[in-house]
Design a protein around this ligand. Structure first.
Ligand code: TRP
Length: 335
């Protein structure tokens, strides 16, 4: 059985792009692997949230994970900040992470460009913390999107470096997990690119029906096809992609034929799409609301998750300390 680790930063609500791009696969994967899914709340500190926002965001994302079908009885779901072994491994890995290589990562360079007045050391060592998240469980597979590939490459590098330095094969080198089939990239509603939290083109799992209708009806299209079987413009192709993922095959075929015979009315198609998204979202939305109101349940999930994750983390850290050479003088100090 493979060990799978993936984290999601608690910055804002999850959208249907997150669902079809990641969560749906987490839910499938949890039954076939030893899975650890966590909320990367330490990572979210690089943008300095207020205490209220930090707590609110963590709770929201946790409820959304659960509402989507991650089962805490099957997978281990926890908060990063509950596992103090992660911070210890982070410190240890930092000793073998070089400032030069960290400065060269694309995500760091992007941040320097985008927020020049907040280039904190946490941003610089972001990939080290991420490596600690992953190798603390000796994971072999990490389901992440393309944007995280470089970070994962760094994780492999830090794992390899540790192994070389201490002449051991202790840490496996984890690879990206591609779910077997091709990953669906969910487009946004603004004509180009993928759905994203910061692009303002997303439909959130928690969006109310009226909000969804408004967003879909406003989605960008074009003037309509003038020739049969005309190639689609990107905004229209995007609407069809969404319909393909969300709606019944019949509806998708119906509008595809309308398009190909130049009889399509985008307004009708959008109405159908909006209703289909609403029915897809409804049960998830209900569960999010239900779970958000149940602090007892959330508390139990987080406590039990932390326990399971710490058990695995503790084992790793114990070995790592020994490998590095922290000897115990006359017995272990209780930690
Ligand atoms: N860096 C990831 C992101 O921004 C979040 C993350 C943190 C993560 N630690 C991880 C993902 C470990 C996978 C494994 O999306």
């Amino acid at each position: 059985m493979e060990t799978v680790v993936s984290g999601i930063r608690s910055t804002g609500n999850l959208h249907i792009g997150n669902y079809f791009g990641a969560l749906k696969n987490f839910v499938k994967m949890q039954h076939e692997n030893r899975c650890f899914f966590f909320i990367a709340d330490y990572h979210s500190l690089t943008t300095h949230p207020t205490p209220e926002d930090l707590y609110g965001n963590v709770k929201q994302v946790l409820a959304e994970y659960l509402a989507c079908g991650i089962d805490p009885q099957v997978a281990t779901i926890y908060l990063q900040s509950d596992i103090r072994e992660v911070t210890e491994l982070y410190l240890l890995l930092n000793m073998n992470a070089y400032v030069g290589e960290l400065e060269r990562t694309t995500s760091f360079k992007d941040k320097v460009r985008m927020q020049p007045d907040n280039v904190n050391a946490g941003l610089l060592t972001y990939p080290v913390l991420m490596a600690a998240d992953i190798i603390i469980h000796k994971a072999t597979k990490v389901p992440v999107g393309k944007d995280q590939e470089q970070n994962l490459e760094m994780t492999r590098k830090f794992a390899r470096r540790f192994n070389t330095m201490y002449k051991t094969k202790f840490f496996p080198e984890p690879t990206a997990y591609n779910f077997g089939e091709k990953l669906v990239k969910i487009p946004g509603l603004d004509g180009t690119g993928k759905m994203g939290k910061s692009e303002g083109n997303a439909i959130y799992l928690i969006d109310e029906p009226q909000v969804i209708r408004k967003k879909v009806m406003r989605a960008i299209t074009d003037n309509g096809p003038t020739q049969e079987n005309q190639e689609m413009s990107e905004p229209v192709k995007n609407l069809f992609t969404l319909m393909d993922v969300i709606s019944e095959a019949d509806s998708f075929q119906f509008y595809l034929e309308k398009y190909n015979s130049c009889k399509i009315r985008y307004g009708d198609m959008k109405k159908q799409l909006a209703e289909d998204i609403i029915s897809f979202n409804a049960p998830i939305r209900e569960r999010i609301i239900e779970i958000m109101a149940d602090d007892t349940y959330l508390g139990k999930v987080v406590r039990e998750g932390a326990e399971k994750a710490r058990e695995s983390a503790r084992e790793t850290i114990k070995d790592v300390r020994e490998i590095i050479g922290f000897k115990q003088f006359g017995g272990r100090v209780k930690k």
